[in-house]
Design a protein around this ligand. Structure first.
Ligand SMILES: Cc1ncc(COP(=O)(O)O)c(C=O)c1O
Length: 348
């Protein structure tokens, strides 16, 4: 995989770096606010930057208060979700996924609810919105459970006017180096809840609060989860590139849709951000591995003896076709592309 960054955007980034040097604020400055505003406007939610996607999840769970409480998490995800629950003092309860979307199964989620359940973490795996998110959100509302969205993969996905972070109490995006919008490292917490967003400003900065020129530390759990001005500067530039990145991925996905039959098929009207392009039981000549494999399954890592058949099935049966921005594919026919990826003509 490559991470391209064109000359015109490099120049924009260098100009912002110059601004940082001249402003003398290398952290907690104006550039961070500009990045937060741009991202917030894009996702149509309030946004606060943090050091990475994992710390964003932790911030949300710490605010909700999950100590001693059960938090439902998918097994088929990155370990960040269960780790964040544990760091916040909660108990991760592993839920199975659907074969169709790789995301949390509403049916298994309902079966795992107990009197001690406080929150549910849904992960929009692979760049599309979890197919059952509306049912899950409605259920959580009725049962007074907090819904947290792990948006690490979902940049640029939309469904019925909503994107990642619209369904639950809050969501956490990741800007890790291989993500759709990379900053190297970085994260963004998004929410409609203004009190929570104010709290994040303190939480990410050791709980520090300045009132009438006096510094106070009122949070017992704050730590350093800040994003520096330099990362935020890259974030501003990446926001400008995001549509271009998404366009590239969507164009390629349209071709792939004509080549691959056993693939994730989205519900009507859903636009994926195509962090990944997932196919099932298809031997590939070129691939970028798996979204998550057997070794990533949370219940296996924690050595919990439960059966989550769909999660195990997904780990065994899926692969990702290259769809990263900068993937060099010939602009030839669908047949040529099929030959390159499958080693055979589509209709052979
Ligand atoms: C589903 C998921 N959640 C959370 C994270 C954590 O994000 P970060 O690496 O920015 O902490 C990742 C990957 O990086 C991820 O894939």
């Amino acid at each position: 995989m490559v991470i391209p960054f064109e000359e015109e955007y490099r120049k924009k980034f260098y100009a912002l770096e110059e601004e940082i040097f001249n402003s003398n604020f290398w952290s907690e400055g104006d550039i961070l606010k500009r990045f937060e505003d741009a991202f917030g406007e894009y996702v149509k939610l309030g946004a606060r930057a943090v050091s990475n996607g994992g710390s964003g999840l932790l911030a949300i769970l710490e605010y909700i208060g999950v100590e001693g409480k059960e938090v439902l998490v998918p097994s088929n995800t990155f370990w960040a979700d269960a780790r964040a629950v544990k760091l916040a003092g909660g108990i991760p309860v592993y839920v199975d996924c659907n074969k169709e979307d790789l995301c949390m199964s509403f049916e298994d989620m309902k079966a795992k609810i107990t009197e001690n359940t406080k929150a549910v973490v849904v992960v929009h795996i692979g760049g599309h919105i979890a197919f059952q998110i509306e049912e899950i959100a409605q259920f959580c509302k009725e049962k007074n459970l907090y819904l947290v969205e792990d948006c690490a993969h979902v940049h640029g996905a939309w469904w019925r006017g909503k994107t990642g972070g619209h369904y639950g109490f809050a969501g956490s995006y990741s800007f890790y180096a291989t993500k759709t919008m990379p900053l190297g490292d970085g994260g963004m917490v998004v929410s409609k809840d203004k009190d929570f967003l104010k709290w994040v400003e303190k939480y990410r900065n050791y709980g520090k609060e300045v009132i009438d020129g006096h510094v106070y530390y009122k949070l017992s759990n704050g730590f350093n989860f800040r994003m520096s001005e330099f990362s935020a500067a890259l974030g501003i530039v990446q926001m400008e590139r995001l549509d271009k990145i998404l366009e590239f991925k969507r164009e390629l996905a349209e071709k792939y849709d004509q080549i691959f039959e056993k693939r994730v098929v989205f519900p009507s009207g859903m636009k994926s951000g195509y962090y990944k392009y997932v196919v099932f039981d298809t031997p590939l000549k070129e691939e970028t591995g798996q979204v998550f494999g057997e070794g990533d399954l949370g219940h296996k890592i924690d050595e919990i003896k439960i059966e989550l058949p769909n999660s195990s099935w997904i780990a065994k049966h899926h692969k990702c076709v290259p769809i990263y921005y900068g993937y060099k594919y010939a602009n030839g026919s669908i047949e040529e592309l099929a030959h390159r990826l499958l080693g055979e003509k589509k209709d052979e």
